[in-house]
Design a protein around this ligand. Structure first.
Ligand code: OAD
Length: 231
């Protein structure tokens, strides 16, 4: 008999942090209604008006400092007792880490880091939620920018994420509109026959063959925990 834990791979989006008070992007009242996405989150927008982009992410960081992980983040951490849990998140917040999750892959970057404009490998942490960056932020001779994957840019962590998805024994999607590629395509790498669950109150783009739990992240995770622990 082997005591190897099953591999639970979880793909999260903005919806898992909604109950922590972090705005989603595409819901009514979401961030992309308040800010033109191509101004604050695209490579062109950054070239046109870098100060605006820095300010937008400085504001997001302050909001993150006022937020706390919610029960959905906590359950994902607690499931590490029974499963090898790997979180692949589109979120740039640090709520999974603050809830205790030990394996978190950020597809779209991280708010608490900055990186060199001229060298994607030159990444530095930001100390504190009130830390700011601006077009004048220079570290060791490099102009710095938010460590965010802008629209029109490659997603370097996608390949490692596909490898995790392909190894999943159970795959879970939580709180994402599945509107943004390549992240939305991760489920295609899951092996046939592997159970896939999708927790979202508006699961409009549910992929074929998945078990939909139409609920908020905290309610849906409580239900999924019951299902998984019964297995
Ligand atoms: P979206 O704003 O597109 O979708 C949020 C999803 O969360 C929707 O499906 C909602 O129904 C769901 N939702 C809302 N409240 C919820 C709750 N309490 N519990 C669970 N789900 C809830 O956000 P993402 O799909 O994460 O990228 O967006 C993907 C990417 O688009 C983001 O990473 C960001 C954005 O542009 C970048 O900025 C690079």
């Amino acid at each position: 008999m082997t005591d190897k834990k099953p591999k639970l791979v979880v793909s999260t989006g903005a919806g898992i942090s909604a109950e922590s008070g972090i705005s989603t992007f595409r819901d009514a009242g979401g961030l992309w209604e308040q800010y033109p996405v191509m101004d604050v989150a695209s490579a062109d927008g950054f070239e046109r008006n870098p100060a605006l982009v820095h300010r937008f992410y400085n504001e997001r960081r302050v909001a993150l400092g006022n937020a706390r992980p919610n029960r959905a983040h906590e359950i994902l951490h607690e499931l590490e007792k029974y499963f090898d849990v790997y979180v692949i998140t589109q979120n740039v917040d640090d709520l999974h880490e603050r809830a205790g999750s030990t394996r978190v892959l950020h597809l779209h970057g991280e708010l608490m880091k900055m990186r060199a404009v001229d060298d994607p490998g030159f990444i530095r942490p930001l100390e504190g939620y009130d830390a700011t960056t601006s077009p004048d932020t220079v570290v060791e001779g490099h102009h710095m920018r938010p460590h965010i994957v802008f629209f029109q840019e490659a997603v370097p962590m996608f390949e490692p994420a596909t490898e995790l998805a392909a190894q999943a024994d159970i795959f879970v999607i939580i709180g994402t509109s599945l509107a943004v590629y390549p992240a939305a395509a991760l489920v295609r790498y899951v092996r046939p026959g592997v159970p896939v669950y999708y927790i979202d109150p508006h699961p409009d783009n549910a992929p074929a063959g998945v078990t939909v739990i139409k609920a908020t992240a905290t309610e849906g995770m409580a239900e999924l925990e019951r299902i998984l622990l019964k297995r």
